[in-house]
Design a protein around this ligand. Structure first.
Ligand SMILES: O=P(O)(O)OC[C@@H](O)[C@@H](O)c1c[nH]c2ccccc12
Length: 260
């Protein structure tokens, strides 16, 4: 069994348990549920840097990345740096994140917020909205086409943007549909953790122009971004490169300065 299979098994248990504890009516009555969302795709279309900066404490591939940074400081720092959006990991077991991180980020910045989660159930999409998200991630490797359609249509009805993540051509072909806003190519294979920017380069030509193209993972230099831009990428999702430093916000500031 690969790590992705394990994550999905644990996620199923977690969601089934939560469903028994918190009914969706609770989400529908939260202040953020009817809040106007900020579109990540629109922001990326009009940006010349396109950085989506992530809050990530640990990961299965790297174990601890940053145990001390506060989500409040990082959200404020990322916004000051001029990033286009912030991605907040909410998976606890494998990434050390929580839904509280998402709401804390919401309270301290006006950036479009992506809930970074292994979504396998509609419940998590309602939850994302209730905790202040503007966009959700759907991972093609763990969903059928029917699920991608059902989940993305629900997200759209809640005015959430949808970032669909693929890692190869088959995942991309099975996923293309009008209810998606952003198409992300993960340079990291979630089953083996191998990272290569070539994945973004080779899949770019297969992504229709109506989607905002995002290159995800393993981006640690300005050169990488300059290399990827000619392939049509308008979004660059960066986690570790900022989070591994003492001051992720300041690192993002430096990065963006040298990009402009
Ligand atoms: O830290 P990196 O290599 O810059 O990667 C960030 C982000 O792309 C990565 O965290 C990620 C991309 N897709 C995911 C799906 C689930 C969990 C995490 C991810």
């Amino acid at each position: 069994m690969n790590i992705l299979d394990k994550i999905v098994i644990d996620k199923r248990k977690e969601v089934d348990l939560k469903k028994q504890l918190i009914p969706i009516e609770v989400f529908e009555n939260t202040p953020f549920f009817n809040h106007k969302t900020i579109s990540l795709s629109k922001k990326l279309r009009s940006s010349n840097t396109g950085i989506i900066a992530e809050f990530k404490r640990k990961s299965p591939s790297k174990s601890v990345i940053n145990n001390t940074a506060s989500v409040k400081d990082v959200a404020i720092g990322y916004e000051l740096a001029g990033v286009c959006g912030m991605s907040v990991l909410t998976d606890e077991i494998y990434f050390g994140g929580t839904l509280d991180d998402l709401i804390t980020a919401r309270e301290h910045c006006n950036l479009p917020l992506l809930r970074k989660e292994f979504i396998i159930d509609e419940y998590q999409i309602l939850e994302a909205k209730a905790f202040g998200a503007d966009a959700i991630l759907l991972i093609a490797a763990i969903l059928t086409r029917a699920e991608i359609k059902q989940f993305s249509e629900l997200a759209k009805s809640l005015k959430l943007d949808v970032l669909l993540e693929v890692h190869n051509e088959a995942e991309l072909q099975k996923s293309i549909m009008p209810s998606l806003d952003l198409l992300g190519v993960n340079n990291r294979n979630l089953k083996t953790f191998e990272v290569s920017l070539e994945t973004s380069k080779s899949l770019s030509k297969l992504i229709p122009d109506d989607f905002v193209k995002v290159s995800e993972s393993g981006i640690s230099s300005i050169e990488a971004i300059k290399e990827l831009k000619p392939y049509g990428y308008q979004g660059f999702l960066i986690g570790e490169n900022f989070m591994k430093t003492d001051n992720p916000g300041a690192s993002a500031t430096e990065f963006i300065k040298s990009l402009l």
